[in-house]
Design a protein around this ligand. Structure first.
Ligand code: AHR
Length: 554
């Protein structure tokens, strides 16, 4: 808690503004002078309700995500609930995790859901999709799937957290019938079908009521290498007759990789070949965008283009943010292409994989495939991305950060009895109050950041964010992208006065700062005391920071 002594407020009589003067704990040697910026929140310009599911997660049978990350086993000494790591459940409840996507990813299109049900001792061992790229030192259960964690365990995990499950079905290597059967296993009423009885035998007599279903994953690549037209035909077939059991099913189609506009266009053209009614069978169109190319334009090679999670300079910092910033044009672009066919925009975007992707080498647990160490840079990146989703509530129905634990942009790291919340996890905690809020148009005006990008002048924005309203409570989140300069801004709420506010900030003097199993609290949010104010406020956003202002409106 940042004490009142350290934040000094100066109530100005004219206009009743608050002035934060420069002795806050976030002013340090990096600061080369505050800038003049303005943030205007327009109460009269609502953008739509922010779907809580924008704050969703993704957990795949990959490396240490499931085994070690989520599943520790019922007989483990590690505190667990029915075999699931208790600390993880507790943390996910705190951030109000709304939805988790499972079991992949690429894994999904190699997975037979039947392998993961029934008595644990009888479940088969299979070769994991990711086996060929596992290191020889990886634990056996990362390479050969034991199926100890399957549908029942995942759905129980969701129940413990209090979130919605989102299951991704296998389109590449299982027939459509198996998709229907999985739905039947999960959703058929107690005692109604053989599969319902099998579910009851596992201790779950009542239907799980799963309503988000992914129809394949990356069907343009690991999910079958289809053309968009071929995949659309499969999508129509897989979703043509699926038992409902009185419940709404929301099907999510395997959408484009980044800016593959033609994947979107050709899929939609083929989907409606037999009539526009088919649009009603598609709830969401999945977009995947990883920010991986930090080569500053030198290469597009998937391996060579990657940067390092921990070793980076200021230019690399901006490079990552630039890659992430592309998300906004991807949302707008695919939305426009979808609108060529789906004129009423019945179908929403589901960004079910997003985040930075670095080269190997920063794993908290050596041998965990695709695990990387999230730093303050990734927290700022994540805040920026969540703000961006908040600004498009009418387009984005769900988003799933890749991936939850021990993987890419993880909220948590765990190994055996060790656990920590990463800076990314803290950002999700700070942003949780946006869930279900009314997004408001908010104008950010601040001088651009100018920097040298390998001998060429480059710019990036300095302050951006999003605002949402819950009755008289306004949540304003702001990213200061500058690596070393703070930014002083006048915050004005057009249409209401400010009664009180509380500021929570995540930053650190070192942009590489991160949390580890031994030093779990290097980067953590700090909250100021509540103060009472009136019309506008002036706030100094520290360099390289994510800030949340909770404002009670008069
Ligand atoms: O998140 C890792 C992988 O990235 C997923 O399995 C796949 O869908 C994507 O290519």
């Amino acid at each position: 808690m940042v004490g009142r002594r350290r934040f000094l407020y100066n109530s100005l009589s004219a206009g009743g503004a608050w002035l934060f003067i420069k002795n806050s704990p976030f002013f340090d040697a990096r600061d080369s002078g505050a800038t003049d910026a303005h943030i205007e929140v327009l109460l009269e310009e609502p953008l739509g309700i922010i779907s809580p599911n924008i704050y969703g997660h993704f957990a795949e049978h990959l490396g240490g995500v499931i085994y070690d990350g989520i599943w520790v086993g019922e007989d483990s000494k590690i505190p667990n609930v029915n075999g699931i790591r208790k600390e993880l459940v507790d943390e996910m409840r705190k951030i109000k995790a709304p939805v988790v996507r499972y079991p992949g990813g690429c894994f999904a299109d190699s997975y037979d859901w039947r392998d993961g049900i029934g008595p644990a001792a009888k479940r088969p061992r299979r070769t994991n999709f990711w086996n060929d790229s596992e290191s020889s030192s990886a634990p056996a259960n990362h390479r050969y799937e034991t199926n100890r964690f399957g549908t029942n365990e995942f759905l129980n995990f969701c129940k413990l957290i209090g979130c919605e499950p989102y299951l991704a079905a296998n389109v590449r290597s299982l027939p459509a019938e198996e998709f229907y059967r999985w739905v039947e296993y999960c959703n058929s009423p107690a005692g109604s079908t053989t599969l319902a009885e099998e579910r009851a035998g596992a201790g779950f007599p009542d239907p799980f009521g799963v309503h988000f279903w992914g129809v394949g994953n990356e069907s343009w690549g690991c999910g079958g290498n289809f053309t968009a037209q071929e995949y659309a035909v499969e999508f129509r077939r897989y979703t043509e007759w699926v038992p409902r059991y009185g419940q709404q099913l929301s099907f999510i189609g395997s959408g484009p990789n980044t800016d593959e506009w033609n994947w979107t266009r050709e899929f939609f053209q083929e989907l409606v070949r037999k009539g526009n009614g088919r649009l009603h069978s598609l709830y969401g169109w999945a977009l995947h965008h990883y920010s991986w190319n930090l080569s500053r334009g030198r290469t597009t090679d998937w391996v060579q283009g990657k940067g390092d999670a921990l070793k980076f300079d200021a230019v690399d910092w901006y490079e990552l943010l630039r890659e992430g910033e592309r998300m906004e044009s991807l949302i707008n672009g695919h939305w426009q292409v979808m609108g060529e066919i789906d004129r009423e925009h019945l179908v929403k975007l589901v960004v079910d994989e997003w985040g930075p992707w670095y080269r190997p080498g920063s794993e908290a647990t050596p041998g965990d495939q695709l695990e990387q160490m999230p730093t303050l840079r990734d927290a700022v990146f994540s805040g920026m991305t969540l703000d961006l989703f908040n600004r498009h509530p009418e387009k984005v129905a769900m988003a799933n950060c890749a991936q939850l634990i021990n993987c890419l942009n993880s909220l948590y790291l765990a190994h055996e009895n060790k656990f920590c919340v990463t800076p990314v996890g803290h950002v999700f905690g700070m942003y949780a109050p946006h869930q279900g809020g009314q997004a408001l148009r908010t104008i950010f005006s601040s001088p651009l950041i100018h920097y040298d990008r390998d001998g060429k002048p480059a710019t990036f924005w300095r302050l951006k964010g999003s605002a949402s309203l819950h009755e008289k409570q306004l949540v304003l989140t702001v990213v200061n992208a500058h690596v070393s300069e703070s930014s002083e801004a006048e915050v004005a709420i057009r249409g209401a006065g400010i009664k009180s506010f509380e500021a929570t900030t995540l930053t650190h003097p070192d942009i590489h700062a991160h949390n580890t199993f031994d030093q779990r609290e290097v980067v953590k949010p700090q909250t100021s005391d509540k103060e009472v104010s009136s019309k506008t406020l002036r706030y100094i956003f520290p360099p390289a920071s994510v800030t949340k202002l909770d404002l009670a409106l008069a």
